[in-house]
Design a protein around this ligand. Sequence first.
Ligand SMILES: [Zn+2]
Length: 98
Amino acid sequence: MPGEPSYTFRSKFVDPDFRNDPKTKVFCFVCQKDIRTAVPFMGHAVFGCIEVVHPEDRAVADRELAPADNVGLLPVGRDCAKRIGLEWFVRPEKEEAK
Ligand SMILES: [Zn+2]
């Protein structure tokens, strides 16, 4: 049936603000502000960074989403993570080169 695909992963609208212009490569994907300290949280961004996938459902999202919709893990600032809810984010992995 054509129309909206039905996804089974949990996601949440992050109410992004794209008016900021990041000065560095490391910035919060929600408010676009540069993160000048160690990255506090990572969120699995989807649909052009307007929603975040629940950490427990990341594998489901990877399976169900078209690559163009599946942005992947991006840095998130502490304030935005708190506003949206810390349960939607993960700590950055220190050992990514596994
Ligand atoms: Zn932010």
